[in-house]
Design a binder for this molecule. Sequence first.
Ligand SMILES: [Zn+2]
Length: 264
Amino acid sequence: MTNITTKRISKQCNFYYRKGDLMPYEEDLKHEFKRHTSMAVEDLPPWTQEYGSRTKRSISRSINAFLNSELGGTVYLGVSDAGVINGLKLSLFQKDHLRVNLDNLMRRYKPPVSPERYQIHFVPVVPSDASEADAIRIFSKVQKEELSSDERRWQNGHLCQTYENCWCIPERQSLYDSTPFQDYVAEIELKPWDPEKMKWNYVTPNVNIQPFYSNEEGNVFIRTLASNVLCDDQEIVKRTRRKVAQFYNLRINSIKEQIKQLES
Ligand SMILES: [Zn+2]
């Protein structure tokens, strides 16, 4: 006899998730789940990369693929491949650590990614049996924590581009602090290219189309359904041509329209 329990599906909700719930979507064109926080390739411990059997892939690959897609996308840290919300235990300093590491990674892309294209949100994960009132209390508590002026936030920098432990990891931090850490889903949101607000002028100054970013390894990924595919130079050229053609076709059509109005 098998005992099958139906997992509850978490409502798409802006300010908290419930532990053990399922995400309201699966991994697809716009959503990717990760259980770890290794942002860049250097953050992956070598023992997960050796002997040709990679057991871990950096978050950077997914970030890169979403930046290069027209829809953008979100990487959710603290969610299993199957979409189960486990959350990550993060202190205030570890949240800062992830922010610093994301900014550092975005500066290493070519071209560098401007801050308006990405954002990291820390959404608290509340216990499965928490009441609505408890959830709101937890939410307000973490909001308040974000405003903390604890001077360790400004004095201690965070290690980037290494798998070595930063001062902010729990074992080390507990030397100073013994408060239990809140669970979070860290959502890294990559916004779609907006030609009205975003600009880059290296190759096509007159045509403000979305650039193809290469990541810290010099690779360009694109997002297809639920995976990140390495893109070669030929493919990038083909896609860029298509975007430039789209750009000029829009312009040609609008000029044709203007001519038609002048003639009538
Ligand atoms: Zn740190």
